[in-house]
Design a protein around this ligand. Structure first.
Ligand SMILES: [Cu+2]
Length: 275
């Protein structure tokens, strides 16, 4: 699709987002998985290809349920559909600068992820486009194959500018699930079988809690469109990057409970209990 056409479509969507305002922000917070991964954000001089660091206008970090200038909102229960939902990360910042001043020279809105204590850009948008009243909506393009993309809204408000960021991951679509993966949505599964399957889909491990007999081999299949890892919290196993469609297996020899996570997306957490 032509980028400009896509951007116009995004602006149309943004109109609704702007109208829904805080109500939508609260809803976005509830859609987030547990955990608060914070993604540093800012408006920098330059373009997404080359911008200054640190940013001229730092923004509140993008995270789950970060409403009202960095104050977290209490996340509610999981509601609505359980599958194929995409957690939305958000950020709201009021800057003490006029939007027209930001627009007076080239600026880019960049969101980063801390990778080994170094910020790496994961989504970025050059600030420009058609202003709708006081609002300018921009698309945030995936950077460094992060899978993150989204929309930012910059709203002129006198001498201030309200900046809203909505970011999600995997929105460009997923590949068809591989055959033979575990059914999703099961809270806990018990089995004495020698092999068990866990599906990685929509940025979640399914089932999130698995109970197996000692000696069982568990196979994880990545049914998402981005890479994930299966990493034991205690370091006893680590898959490395599991590309979309690929699998990883680990045999649990001794009894005990092992929590694990995805090192790319620390909010992805699950447990295997070995009896
Ligand atoms: Cu992951």
């Amino acid at each position: 699709m032509h980028p400009r056409k896509r951007r116009l479509g995004l602006i149309a969507s943004l109109g609704m987002i702007a109208l829904l305002g805080i109500a939508l922000l609260a809803a976005a917070g509830t859609a987030i998985a547990q955990g608060r991964e914070l993604l540093p954000a800012g408006i920098a001089q330059g373009t997404c290809d080359k911008f200054t660091i640190p940013p001229q206008y730092p923004l509140h970090a993008v995270g789950s349920g970060m409403v009202a200038n960095g104050t977290p909102v209490t996340t509610g229960p999981q509601v609505g559909q359980k599958e194929d939902i995409y957690p939305v990360f958000d950020s709201v910042t009021t800057l003490d600068v006029k939007l027209s001043d930001i627009l007076a020279s080239p600026h880019a809105l960049n969101v980063s992820e801390m990778s080994q204590n170094t910020p790496q850009s994961i989504a970025c948008g050059n600030i420009g486009g058609t202003q709708l009243g006081t609002d300018l909506a921009i698309g945030l393009e995936t950077q460094n194959r992060s899978g993150y993309s989204g929309i930012a809204l910059l709203r002129a408000n006198g001498n201030q500018t309200l900046v809203l960021i909505f970011l999600s991951q995997g929105l460009s679509g997923e590949e068809a699930p591989a055959a033979g993966t575990a059914a999703a949505g099961t809270a806990a599964t018990t089995s004495g079988a020698a092999t068990m399957a866990v599906s990685i889909k929509s940025f979640a491990f399914s089932p999130p809690s698995l109970t197996v007999a000692a000696g069982t081999t568990v196979t994880w299949t990545n049914n998402d469109s981005v890479a994930h890892t299966v990493t034991a919290d205690n370091g006893s196993f680590d898959s490395g990057q599991i590309q979309p469609g690929a699998t990883y297996s680990h045999t649990f020899a001794s009894a005990g409970s092992v929590a694990y996570h995805c090192s790319n997306h620390p909010f992805m957490k699950a447990t295997v209990s070995v009896k």
